[in-house]
Design a protein around this ligand. Structure first.
Ligand code: AMP
Length: 144
């Protein structure tokens, strides 16, 4: 079955244009990182390229090569900020694989031994909590 193309009315494209709010932890010329509003664990961040693609399958490899170093940088900061034992990186392609927002994004989720994950796209977190978590991640990023 053919897949649809990129639609710049998706929610992350609106976040990039500043049309809807986000709690950002990092941004540069090519990339933005912000808190997931329905975190699967405290400190759940999404990293997206500014350049639009539906997911990894149609992304320009040059975009991927600029995005992955940011995923690494933010993952290290999240691990430090939340004193995590590990970090889960997830990326879904198409609805059958669990994708719900059709602008390429990488999930960065801190993991602690013996602590389970909350459901994907589960409960909305309080904005003040997300801001407090973002402050911790920004502080860890500032140390690198
Ligand atoms: P995926 O299934 O990989 O497409 O996941 C999309 C993710 O985006 C989910 O984890 C949602 O909680 C998250 N999400 C949806 N809307 C927003 C938003 N406005 N700001 C931040 N995260 C969002």
């Amino acid at each position: 079955m053919a897949t649809a193309g990129y639609d710049d009315n998706n929610i992350f494209a609106k976040i990039l244009r500043g049309e809807i709010p986000s709690v950002r932890v990092y941004e540069d010329e090519h990339t933005v990182a912000f808190m997931d509003v329905m975190p699967q664990a405290p400190g759940h961040v999404l990293v997206i390229p500014r350049s639009g693609s539906r997911n990894l399958l149609d992304a320009d490899p040059a975009v991927l090569s600029r995005t992955i170093p940011v995923v690494q940088k933010v993952a290290n900061a999240v691990k430090e900020a939340f004193e995590a034992d590990g970090v889960f990186i997830a990326q879904f392609n198409e609805p059958a694989a669990g994708q719900t927002v059709f602008h390429l994004h990488f999930h960065i989720i801190p993991r602690h031994e013996g602590v389970g994950l909350k459901p994907h796209s589960g409960q909305m977190e309080d904005g003040a909590v997300l801001k407090a978590h973002a402050d911790k991640i920004r502080a860890a990023l500032a140390e690198t």
